[in-house]
Design a protein around this ligand. Sequence first.
Ligand code: ADQ
Length: 756
Amino acid sequence: MRLTSRLSIALILSVALVSMGIAYYQTRAQTESMRRDLERQSLMLGESLARAAEPLVVDGSNDRLQRLVERFKDHESVAGIAAYDGAGKLLAVTPGLAAIANRTPKAVNEALRNGWVRTAFLESPAGPRHIVALPLYDDDGVAGVLAILHDASYIESRTAALWRRALVGVAVQTVIIVAITLLAVRLSVRRPILHMAQWLRDLRAGKALPSAKPAGEFEPLAHEVTQLASSLSEARAAAQQEARLRYSAESTWTMDRLRLFVEERLGGTRLFAVSNREPYEHRRASGGIQMVTPASGLVTALEPVLRSCDGTWVAQGTGDADRETVDEFDRVRVPAEPPQYTLRRVWLSREEERGFYYGFANEGIWPLCHIAHTRPIFRAEDWQAYREVNRKFAEALLDEIAPDASPVVLVQDYHFALLPAMIKEQRPDARVAIFWHIPWPNPEAFGICPWQRELLEGLLGADVAGFHIQAHCNNFLETVDRALESRIEWERFAVNRAGHLTLVRPFAISVSTDCAESAARPAGLPHLERASLLARLGVRATYMGVGVDRIDYTKGIPERFRGIEAFLENCPSYRGRFTFVQVASPSRTLIARYHDLIHEVENEAERINRRFQTANWRPIVLLTRQHSHQEILPLYCAADLCMVTSLHDGMNLVAKEFVAARDDEQGALILSRFAGASYELPDALMVNPYDTGELANAIRRALEMPARERTERMRRMRAVVRERNIYRWAANLIGELCAVRPQSEPPLLQDPAEVA
Ligand code: ADQ
């Protein structure tokens, strides 16, 4: 039986029962009140009649007594009157009361015997009657009794009528209450349940998750179902991908495959990551504390790895609500739903951050490693801060790995060159890798750093030193060869220094294509998407290009703009028809060079726009704020071309994100030959970003390329990005590190008894 039928029956029974109870008590009360009224009325009549009858009974004036009773026989509902002497003998009676003439009523006998007024209801052959018996007195006591009978049948008929009305009332009430309740249930319960059922049905059929969630009382349930649904769809996507893999016999890495691989390689050992930037910041917002993911290639790369193996990530706490959200050990589980790994925050003072991050790392090492013609600045106090902060992170990490034997540690980037040696000093059993996300220059370029030896010694504490491409590995090995006493083992790309071996390997970082593909293209025509996107940005154009960067002098943004200017100069037919959307988030703005660069980028865009713009069109739309990946994806999907014109770049993830987003196999990539990505994506249109003419030609080629060629190029690039994805990067790095034999067990703490 369905829930609503069962609910209806239960409701009908309970409402009817309650209403019947109420009706019963109301009817009874009214009947009682009618009986009391009749009693009062007959007493009043009896008392006045008794005063007149008493002398007549005492004197034995029976005729007058008879006349008296007959006079009252038609009074209201009087059924009859009778008078008795002291022995109970009938003296006078109204006609029609023959029944009581034969048998003295009980009430009369009691009144005679006790001298009290008696009342009672009784049944007679003529119907129900009420009797009042009043004693009459002479000087010696009770001389007789006057009895008055009233017809009580109207009480019964009125009670029956009351019952009839009450029953109709009960029925009507029951119907109304049940109907209202069922309607309310239908609106508040059944509809959301049907909605949810439809939702789950869609899910079962493999449709995308609907965004509208049932609200109100059902919200918690809807929340849980959403979680379940997204896990299910992830599992479904993974299963589909596995099936595709088996079908195509490819060896593509997925998050699930990585998870299994890491589990198997680590065999219960935990994985730890260290980076300067944290994957989640807690920030104060109007609605409370919000969790935000900062824009960074590093976070894009490392997040799926930590998620897949429930590791610990040690990073600097930079959000204004970060301290409020950690526990007493500065740890917080992330992300919010569902938490999958631990974030351990390290706190830096302003001075430490200025010297370590803005100073040595970003004014020293960053320009030192990027050949982009910005001079590195080396200050002794920045170097001091760099060492101290590396020590601080090393202590936090040593704290985290303390319970683990032979832990696996992935150190990230140029902020922590000294960390590998600091960890190894304390924990020679730890297996440590450092991944250098930026280029490594040639030995002459690196040699200008006053502390190159210390940096190299710190790095060589690692068991594995990773770079994006082989050229960076070669530069590193040559630098070590020039600067340090060590043996370079070229045949296996390793450095042997004082018996400790550091393997130097290329691991090309990438993106996770599954996210990009599933989120990329909303159903619909691309050109319509593009028109509405551009309309929202206040321009009308047929062709569109896109660039996504932090505002950094290595990314070649002004150079790119000058390329666009040259293109519009050389190809005037594209004026009014081609718009370039540049997403550019300000970065490291406390450094003067970066601060000035924002103005330089804005001024360049403004200058070029002023030169060519019309009422509804301008060549460059500059969006200088941080965008989410969800905001960037539609731009990637709608663009005819993407420009990555870095003057020098370790890899560049934007190039790969653009390719991953283009599941329509459209769009052309213009790529700097000085970006690491150019080694992997030879099907991009390769450019020298310093060559404005070459940039202009590349834009024209991208727009005028035959559709077939564009599709072929994109198809090949997509195959590369799909195959060499972020999971493969992590698997290769972790696989290489796990193959390293731990050097020795952790130093045993001395037994205090022994010390004594
Ligand atoms: P980055 O120099 O930060 O990374 P990149 O590889 O391009 O450069 O990664 C940038 C990431 O941030 C991308 O995921 C991109 O989508 C995002 N991003 C950039 N600008 C954005 C904006 N305005 N709004 C929102 N998101 C934005 C460093 C090295 C690179 C290397 C990566 C990873 O410099 O060479 O590829 O690390 O190792």
